[in-house]
Design a protein around this ligand. Structure first.
Ligand SMILES: Nc1ncnc2c1ncn2[C@@H]1O[C@H](COP(=O)(O)OP(=O)(O)OP(=O)(O)O)[C@@H](O)[C@H]1O
Ligand SMILES: [Mg+2]
Length: 573
């Protein structure tokens, strides 16, 4: 019920619109009930009495009623769609925003496609409930109650006889209730499966092709689609079967009206007009009665969809309790006895200590998997250490607000992500408010002009999904330009030049040196030639820093470093 209240909460800003829809619906409903009475009047009074004036009045009334019904129905539909779509926008905004603010570790455990499916499919179902279903339910209740009242008023005997079928209709529907629900849930879940799989597979097209696994992937998707197909066909079957049975029962209802009504008419206790009016009213009643029977199920499956959507919205948000703003420049970054691991029993970082000061170049080297990327992820607080702390000028990073902390950091990460936007927009991502001059300077520093020159639209060329058309080195240069533009206090380059040849690496380093010289700079690299000029090199081995110092010292004192160096030296020859 809490869930239901939460869903309804989204309706609050649009209550007036919803109330308008409700009123319009009342008018349409009332007008609809007038027509059978007018029909009855014509059959019973006009023809018998040859009253032309009454005929004109009744038919005129009919025209008015017909127009009113349609106009007000239109208004209801328009308003309910408006409410539904508005609510949908609000819900999607919240879900999207929340999934961006979830703790990083949790976002990694979710499939993108699955989240998208909740954003698109589940939420549209939920919004439909708020905007549409509520109005439908009240319409249906009013139709049923109003219809019965009018029928009883007109002829209670006939009403009693014709309404005997109504419980039958309701019963048939009730019998199918559970199946509807189960099938609906299955459909929703299998839709998620299909979109999650397709999304993730389409992102790996390069691997699929080079490994020649197209058929395998198609078959994998087919298996999921078969589940979806089965669920869809199950629903089609249940709908067809229940629909058929219900139509038969409804047909019987009409027959009963004619049978009993005809008998009553022969006995002089009912008029022909009444019989016609009754069959009309009965027709009004069946649809709403059926819908009311399944309403709790439709609400139930909508609640299941809401549950799926709220599950994402309720993922714990990042801790952002720090209140300090990082306004001054940063002159020192310190990792103090930092312990951290991704799973509780397995520490990845074991008491790491590292210090980097303004104007220095600090490097981090170590074998693959030794924990370099993990260590620097603690600085922007993608993760928090188990023990120990990371500080900026002696203040724990957890004491700053996330926004203020991250605005001072610039990271070129190992896996570069470029957005499906133009080259220039991808650079500007580093600082969206930057002036065109600053953007130009950043582009020049990372030597992007050469890349732009080769693209048909230059800097305005749209790069496509993840910019896979560009070479790895080109992508790295764009990512470097982003960080230069951001002009952060602390710069972290995680294998930021690994895809560049030594020559372009040197050129870019030279253009970047003046930009980074007054900053704190931490560089991670496998290629020791990249880092041998560093003021201090930290050697990370299985999560522990085993040595630190300048290149020449380490060569003498650290056997691990010597080995790394010799391996590369020999390989380089
Ligand atoms: N998100 C994650 N969840 C669980 N384990 C992880 C995660 N990221 C990294 N690891 C593990 O933590 C260890 C350190 O990984 P890390 O990425 O820090 O290594 P690295 O030193 O940067 O390696 P490389 O030089 O290959 O980039 C590895 O054993 C890795 O499997
Ligand atoms: Mg790494």
């Amino acid at each position: 019920m809490n869930l239901f209240r939460r869903v309804l909460g989204y309706l609050r800003p649009y209550l007036w619109l919803e109330a308008g829809a409700f009123l319009a619906m009342l008018v349409a409903q009332a007008a609809m009930y007038v027509t059978p009475i007018l029909t009855m009047n014509i059959v019973d009074n006009v023809v018998g009495r040859r009253d032309v004036r009454l005929l004109a009045l009744s038919t005129g009334g009919m025209i008015v009623a017909i127009v009113i019904v349609q106009v007000f129905r239109g208004v209801t539909q328009y308003l309910t769609s408006l409410v539904t779509q508005r609510v949908l926008v609000d819900m999607r905004r919240d879900l999207f925003d929340r999934s961006l603010r979830t703790r990083y570790a949790l976002t990694l455990t979710r499939q993108t496609g699955d989240v998208v499916s909740r954003l698109v499919n589940d939420l549209s179902m939920v919004a439909g409930l708020v905007g549409q279903t509520l109005i439908d339910v009240s319409t249906n209740i009013l139709t049923v109650i109003g219809g019965i009242a009018v029928m009883v008023y007109l002829n209670w005997r006939l009403a009693g006889a014709s309404l005997t079928v109504l419980p039958l209709v309701v019963l048939t529907f009730a019998l199918f209730q559970r199946r509807y629900y189960v099938v609906g849930m299955k459909l929703q879940r299998t839709t998620g499966l299909v979109s999650a799989y397709a999304t993730s597979a389409l992102q790996g097209q390069r691997e699929i092709k080079t490994f020649g696994n197209e058929r395998l992937e198609t078959e994998n998707l087919l298996r999921r689609m078969t589940l979806f197909l089965k669920a869809s066909m199950e629903r089609a079957w249940v709908t067809a079967l229940s629909g058929g049975i219900i139509q038969i029962v409804c047909g019987m209802g009409q027959v009963i009206v004619f049978m009993y009504g005809g008998y009553q008419a022969i006995m002089g206790r009912a008029t022909l007009g009444q019989i016609i009016a009754f069959t009309n009213y009965l027709g009004f009643l069946y649809g709403p009665a059926q819908q009311l029977t399944v309403i709790n199920l439709s609400i139930k499956s909508t609640m299941a969809a809401a549950q799926r959507a709220f599950e994402v919205m309720d993922l714990p948000a990042e801790d952002d309790s720090g209140r300090r703003a990082l306004s001054h420049s940063v002159s020192e970054v310190n990792f103090e006895d930092v312990w951290f691991g991704y799973s509780e029993d397995k520490p990845v970082l074991k008491g790491c200590a590292l210090r980097a000061r303004k104007g220095e170049m600090v490097a981090l080297v170590g074998a693959s998997g030794s924990g370099k990327t993990t260590l620097i992820s603690l600085l922007p607080r993608l993760y928090d250490p188990w023990r120990g702390r990371v500080t900026l000028d002696g203040v724990d990073v957890r004491d700053f607000s996330l926004a203020s902390l991250r605005s001072r950091l610039g990271v070129v990460s190992q896996d570069i992500f470029l957005f499906d936007a133009s080259l220039i927009e991808n650079v500007r991502y580093g600082r969206p408010t930057a002036s065109p001059d600053d953007v130009r300077r950043a582009c020049a520093a990372a030597h992007l002009d050469e890349i732009a020159a080769e693209l048909p639209h230059g800097y305005d060329e749209v790069l496509g999904e993840r910019a896979l058309r560009l070479s790895a080195g080109q992508r790295q240069r764009i990512s470097l330009a982003r960080v230069v533009l951001r002009d952060p206090e602390v710069i972290i380059l995680d294998e930021a030049t690994s895809a560049l040849d030594s020559e372009s690496e040197t050129t870019i380093r030279e253009t970047m040196i003046p930009l980074v010289s007054r900053r704190v700079l931490i560089v991670i690299a496998h290629r020791l030639s990249t880092v041998n000029q560093a003021d201090r090199i930290y050697v990370l081995d299985e999560g522990a820093i085993i040595a630190s110092g300048p290149h020449s010292d380490l060569l003498e004192s650290c056997s691990q470093y010597r080995r790394l160096y010799q391996e590369q030296f020999i390989a380089g020859k």
